[in-house]
Ligand binder design. Structure first.
Ligand code: ADP
Ligand code: MG
Length: 604
């Protein structure tokens, strides 16, 4: 067989395989082109999930007749004026999208160039280009795509239902709309206008796209480290989801799904959210173009940072800082939501918001023997005992519901305890409202913070193994793991190379206990290293143990408390960082202002 050059159309179809996997990818490329062309208004029209028809029209600077011919050529672009791949200032730069799309569909481009003032159109079918003809078109460009993948039937078969292709398009448009709030955008799906957004400020656009309650339940993130800037909104821990889909990240205006950044987010919230819950974020990272390589992924969805450690560190500390400063707000905003629900005369007042129930206590104990639970409970007793000094009789006697121990005026932020209801909810009176506390959730947080502080003081204890455990690993990844031995040692995990293809583990963190499956732990660490480049797993596991202890060592719901105990709990909460939510992201208390209550009773 002789070597030959492939025909141009085939080359473009091969490229289309990478760049254009589904209709949503076409929309992404076309809208990015419109943004690059300086458009202030972009209109998108879709039929049948994009399979039969898609169009994107803009009021950007347009193309001349000559440019219309060029734009369909492979690797023809106006966006790399200096041939410098390290200085990319546009969303596009490969000159691949239009020829790729044209090679697998029927395309029509109409455009009026700002420079020439003339309007022309050109069409292409399965990669065969027509010639430009004069046309009638207002300023800007409209690109229509019909019968996507008609020229590559094998590809067509991989498309999902219209509905799920439409969903993917909506998601892409959402991300593009967030990245460019100053641009007006409309989206028509099968003749129905499902999105109509005027140019707006970022916060307003985020509210429209992610729901008005998102900004209300989010912390403002603002971090500036030399030439690295991170801004945007990140949800309070109490506003969380069961998957990470609502984590919108942008690097220099480009929507990315970057493992490093997603891993950093997970780490930043690890202390206030259960493992399987995810915060909602819209974060914008801006840094010099030469510090980030966007040329690592055909659809440009991933990026590579020159100094990944710095980006990660800045993101984690910006969020943790915000959590310390602003997380107390979760109570207030949850209160407002409660109010909205009450006002809507929900048949079950105070029914907890579904979003706020990330995990159940039984889930926490699953897999633990009764003996273990008893052991944990006993050891934890010692921790929470000093938080209270209840008299033995007060503890055994059921306590009357109405409690008056603090003066009736109080300046404490969480007020004076007035009553305990259903043996779990403390009602406290503040200067201008009321506070409702979930005693178990609140106490759990206190005990957890206490355990953590204690661990910080004493350091993590390592437990030596009688005989080192040998774990076999593949050679390729072993080097990665050994690069982290120092930090692992700080956590009590001692690893040394043990001949080719194995490591010897001589100690483990005492907290994890002697029965821990070491082989599994090492493999999990390696997987994490591969995926996120960090060894968070270990810290998370240790915290999970503390969290389990805290949960078990906390005052259960169903236990009557004395006024002194209740007030003591409130004061401890005021002193404890992050006491607005339990370790799983549920709120520990909600606050209703008198104003809100008056509104509820229509006194205002
Ligand atoms: P890239 O965006 O990587 O340059 P494309 O294949 O997406 O490659 O587009 C090729 C060229 O066509 C662009 O560089 C640009 O000059 C021109 N172009 C594409 N879409 C538009 C548009 N909507 N308005 C003006 N010019 C456009
Ligand atoms: Mg492009």
């Amino acid at each position: 067989m002789r070597i030959r050059h492939l025909p141009e159309t085939l080359i473009n179809q091969i490229a289309a395989g990478e760049v254009i996997e589904r209709p949503a990818a076409v929309i992404k490329e076309l809208v990015e082109n419109s943004l690059d062309a300086g458009a202030t208004q972009i209109d998108i029209d879709i039929q049948d999930g994009g399979k039969s028809y898609m169009s994107v029209s803009d009021n950007g600077y347009g193309m001349s007749a000559e440019e219309l011919v060029y734009c369909l050529d492979r690797h023809a672009t106006s966006k790399l004026p200096d041939d410098d791949l390290l200085n990319i200032r546009h969303l596009g730069f490969r000159g691949e999208a239009l020829p790729s799309i044209a090679s697998v569909s029927r395309m029509l481009i109409k455009s009026k160039s700002r420079e020439t003032g003339e309007a022309w159109s050109i069409s292409a079918e399965g990669g065969k280009k027509g010639i430009p003809v004069p046309d009638n078109h207002p300023q800007g460009t409209k690109i229509e795509i019909r019968d996507l993948f008609f020229a590559t039937p094998a590809r067509l078969k991989f498309l999902k239902t219209d509905r799920s292709e439409s969903t993917a398009i909506k998601d892409i448009v959402l991300r593009l709309a967030m990245a460019a709030p100053e641009v007006g955008l409309t989206l028509n799906l099968d003749g129905k206008k499902i999105l109509n957004m005027p140019p707006s400020a970022l916060a307003e656009r985020l509210g429209r796209l992610l729901g008005r309650d998102f900004p209300e339940n989010a912390m403002t993130i603002e971090a500036l480290r030399e030439d690295l800037q991170i801004t945007g909104l990140a949800s309070l821990p109490t506003y969380n989801k069961g998957n990470g889909l609502a984590q919108y990240l942008f690097v220099n205006g480009r929507a990315v799904r970057d493992r490093l950044l997603l891993g950093a987010l997970k780490g930043a919230y690890s202390d206030v959210l259960a493992r399987d819950r995810y915060p909602v974020v819209a974060l914008f990272i801006t840094l010099p173009a030469e510090d980030v390589d966007v040329n690592v992924h055909p659809a440009k969805a991933e990026v590579r940072f020159r100094d990944a450690v710095r980006i990660r560190g800045t993101l984690v500390s910006a969020i943790r800082h915000a959590l310390q400063e602003q997380a107390g707000r979760s109570a207030g905003s949850t209160g407002t939501q409660t109010l909205v629900k009450l006002a809507a005369s929900s048949p079950q007042p105070f029914a907890p918001h579904k979003e706020f129930i990330p995990t159940s206590a039984s889930q926490l104990y699953s897999g633990m023997s009764a003996l273990k639970i008893k052991e944990l409970s006993e050891s934890a007793q010692a921790f929470y005992q000093p938080l209270f000094t209840p008299t033995p009789s007060a503890r055994s006697e059921p306590f009357p519901t109405i409690a008056v121990a603090e003066p009736s005026t109080t300046t404490h932020p969480l007020g004076a305890a007035r009553a305990q209801l259903h043996e779990n909810y403390i009602i406290a009176q503040t200067e201008d409202g009321i506070v409702l506390v979930d005693q178990h959730a609140a106490h759990e947080r206190l005990v957890y913070e206490r355990l953590k502080a204690q661990q910080q003081e004493t350091g993590i204890t390592a437990q030596g193994l009688l005989t080192p455990e040998i774990v076999e690993l593949d050679d390729l990844r072993i080097g990665d793991l050994l690069q982290h031995t120092e930090i692992l040692k700080e956590y009590g995990l001692d690893i040394e190379p043990f001949g080719p293809g194995a490591v010897a583990v001589s100690s483990v963190p005492a907290l994890l206990g002697a029965t821990i499956n070491i082989r599994q732990l090492i493999h999990d660490l390696m997987d994490e290293l591969e995926e996120h480049g960090t060894v968070q797993t270990l810290e998370e596991r240790l915290l999970a143990v503390l969290s389990r202890r805290a949960c078990h060592g906390s005052i259960r719901s169903g236990r009557a408390m004395t006024p002194e105990e209740m007030n003591h709990l409130l004061r401890e909460m005021e002193r404890t960082p992050l006491s607005g939510q339990c370790n799983h992201g549920r709120p520990t208390y909600i606050e209703l202002s008198l104003k809100d209550i008056e509104k509820l009773f229509m006194r205002r």
